[in-house]
Design a protein around this ligand. Sequence first.
Ligand SMILES: Nc1nc2c(ncn2[C@@H]2O[C@H](COP(=O)(O)OP(=O)(O)OP(=O)(O)O)[C@@H](O)[C@H]2O)c(=O)[nH]1
Ligand SMILES: [Mg+2]
Length: 456
Amino acid sequence: MYTTDTIAAISTPPGEGGIGVVRLSGPQARPIAERLLADGAALKSHTLHYGHLHDADGTLIDEVMVAWMQAPRSYTREDVVEISGHGGAANMQRILQAVLRAGARSAEAGEFTLRAFVNGRLDLTQAEAVLDIITAQTRPALDAALGQLGGRLSDEVRAARALLLAALAHIEASLDFPEDDVPAPNVQPQLAQAAAIVVRLLDSARAGIIYRQGLRCAIVGRPNVGKSSLLNALLGVERAIVTPIAGTTRDTVEESASIAGIPVALIDTAGLNAGATDMVEQIGIERSRRALASADLVLLTLDASQPLTEADHEVIATLREAGVEQRLIIALNKSDLPTQLDEHNLRDMLPDVPLAYTAALTGDTTALERAIVAAALGGTQPLAANAPLVTSARHRDALARAAESIVTAQAAVGSVPPDLLAVDIRAALNALGEITGETVGEDLLDQIFSKFCIGK
Ligand SMILES: Nc1nc2c(ncn2[C@@H]2O[C@H](COP(=O)(O)OP(=O)(O)OP(=O)(O)O)[C@@H](O)[C@H]2O)c(=O)[nH]1
Ligand SMILES: [Mg+2]
């Protein structure tokens, strides 16, 4: 999929903007720009050039600023030209079309960054970090992506690979002299150090992936317990309609919130009411069940100012049937009123489920937010100074495979012939190489870069 022709795309988001940028990369980038500028001026590298773009027939297109970045000092390490024109969909399209008519080809999704990777300007973790920076929704996710772009993850992975390569070199050296009855080399220290690095990286993955991908949290319960009020309180805006009437929410309402830096998609649902006869309410309840099934966390909301009702018991039975106890958090809402609900009875029914008192009416959701963060991160500490190193499932899976191979190798030292030991070490090296891109197939590259937008 990698070519060296000249590609072009609109690199700013669609819509209206003060300026918009069309980017070109490849050997024809500069000649194309100079031809369209048609003012006889020669572009100077890394210098802004003010001018007017004209089509081949001489029609004025736009007043622009053009920057040429001569290879290799550019994003792709090829000649890159950025044309800044007046932002706006029609104008940007017109500039892009002129550039394409002048000989460039439309860039594929992520093709600029792919070239940066192929030309060695970025390794694979850094290329992926570019995408993460663009899509980061919260500060911790952004910090992690910036760290990854800066090479924090690659440095660690390379350190582990260097140790494994050293172990492999020892083993291969011993294989060269099979007739000498020398004992197999002891590579335990290298393996142990490599394992320590891989395990530390894996430990950061759970929090890292949550901070980057976020999670879905469905708010469920019988009618009128304050689900919509909780959604609003967690969002800090009056998003869903709240009334004293049971059955107010008929459809699911989904909004994104940031809870202690974790992007959380909150889904308010129609109260689960077994006796619903109204068709709209029934459809709404069906949607609630679907939201329940797709959620990473389920927030069972109860009204603490009343004893548990028959309807509450039915909801609890539904949750049990759905098998969501492991991802359940209980919000005991309306805690601003005197408590009537028997907490012990509840704990008997749902042992080990975290429980938080809330008062959505007064906006008190602190304990609940803490419970959500704890459930999401599962024991791992919320980020303090250091952003997590591993934020993608792809990296986590490769690390897990590397860890497995290293453990197998560690167990095999001394008990199997060195050439068999080398097989496991090579497997670990390959798994780690997939992270940085040293040992990566074209399919995987396609898969990774296709997630980018066009123009990046
Ligand atoms: N005192 C008190 N009242 C609350 C609290 N939270 C919600 N309410 C009230 O409870 C009533 C129902 O609130 P909603 O948020 O609409 O409840 P819901 O669970 O979304 O109800 P449905 O959409 O009908 O399923 C409203 O009158 C709210 O003002 C709270 O923390 N304390
Ligand atoms: Mg509601």
